[in-house]
Design a protein around this ligand. Structure first.
Ligand code: M6R
Length: 366
């Protein structure tokens, strides 16, 4: 089943262009944005809701955090993201006009299912599942659903499930924006074109593997790593750190780069690799100042940059140029580079990539 690949994780990373193409099939070619993609009642619901609450665990929660940036910026409605295991036991104030979105690859995660049931018990009726398994427990319990078409994900470390969740969440963002009269025809067309081109763009990121492999050598003997990002790339830094922890057992932490001076900078020395997600967007200038703070303490920077950004390699500053700048959808490309990095670090360390110690693919008990 593995074919030319050594691990399921590797196979699944390389399946991402196909998985994205399949998930976005409804808008391929001349296909248009249709609320029906999320269920027959979706249009009516999208017109009624005044905010979004996303509930999920692990990597799926980072997809939700990325979507928060999209939904608030493009659709102009408030969006909150909460870890399912916290939400289910917390006394919260329910807003029946809120759209509750649960995100889960497996559709069987105990805490996410319980969080959904808890939301319903509080009176929420507008519920939507973004899930990779159509007949799963979570999908059976929501009013609306979008099934990602990543295909079976075997590796414990989530890869193609995450990027397809992001593509689904971007479609949701556009539909909410449309329902909220915030999406011009020309913007809609431009965003759909970017989505259609995504598989090709991801393909180009996968082609960076040889350079990322070289970087991985330098991580294998480290005990800690820091991941930095800002804005919609902060959740991508979180996901990069989780991937590294999960499969290479290197302790990794992610911070919004602006938080450096509020504590984590104390950890930075020549032994600390610092991975920076640094696309050429509105946050780059701020991020450059943060990188400077790391360099000044002897920290080793590993920067994923793009476009004609002025981030250049120098002593202690390693820069890898992503093939293209991708605007709002750039998190989808950057995370693929971070997946490759953690995979190759794990290979150098000789860990069990597909079945990391102590973890299960589907967490069906709390
Ligand atoms: O199946 P789910 O998406 O509900 O799973 C949620 C998490 O258990 C999962 O994303 C986990 O964090 C992954 N192992 C991360 O790679």
């Amino acid at each position: 089943e593995l074919g030319e690949f050594d691990h399921y994780m590797q196979k699944e990373m390389f399946e991402q262009p196909q998985a994205l193409g399949n998930t976005l099939e409804m808008i391929s070619g001349a296909g248009q944005l249709q609320p029906g993609m999320f269920g027959a009642e979706a249009q009516a619901v999208f017109e009624q809701v005044d905010s979004v609450l996303i509930l999920a665990c692990g990597t799926s929660s980072y997809a939700g955090m990325t979507a928060k940036y999209w939904i608030e910026q493009v659709a102009g409605i408030p969006c909150n993201v909460e870890i399912a295991s916290e939400y289910r036991y917390r006394q919260s104030v329910a807003n029946p006009k809120q759209l509750v979105v649960v995100i889960s690859q497996s559709g069987e995660t105990a805490d996410t299912l319980a969080a959904l049931q808890h939301a319903k018990s509080l009176g929420h009726t507008h519920t939507l599942a973004i899930c990779n398994v159509p007949e799963s427990a979570i999908v059976r319990e929501t009013a609306l659903r979008f099934i990602t078409r990543a295909g079976p994900e075997i590796g414990v470390a989530s890869t193609k499930a995450f990027t397809t969740q992001l593509s689904a969440l971007f479609l949701l963002t556009l539909l909410l924006a449309k329902a909220n009269q915030r999406l011009s025809e020309s913007d809609e067309k431009a965003y759909l074109d970017e989505l259609r081109h995504l598989p090709v763009a991801v393909e180009k990121v996968l082609a960076l593997e040889p350079s990322i492999k070289d970087w991985a050598q330098q991580f294998a003997n480290k005990h800690h790593a820091l991941f930095l990002g800002r804005g919609r790339h902060f959740p991508i830094a979180l996901e990069g750190a989780l991937k590294l922890k999960e499969i290479s057992y290197i302790h990794a932490e992610a911070y919004p780069a602006g938080e450096l001076k509020h504590g984590p900078l104390a950890l930075v020395d020549a032994e600390m690799p610092v991975v920076v997600v640094a696309p050429n967007d509105e946050m780059l200038e701020k991020l450059k100042a943060n990188m400077q703070e790391v360099s000044a303490r002897g920290g080793q920077l590993y920067v994923f940059a793009d476009g004609d950004s002025a981030v250049k390699s120098s002593e202690g500053v390693n820069v890898l140029m992503m093939p293209e700048h991708y605007g709002l959808l750039s998190p989808v490309l950057h995370v693929v580079a971070l997946q490759l990095l953690s995979y190759h670090v794990a290979l150098v360390k000789g860990t069990d990539v597909d079945k990391p110690r102590n973890l299960a693919k589907s967490v069906t008990v709390e």
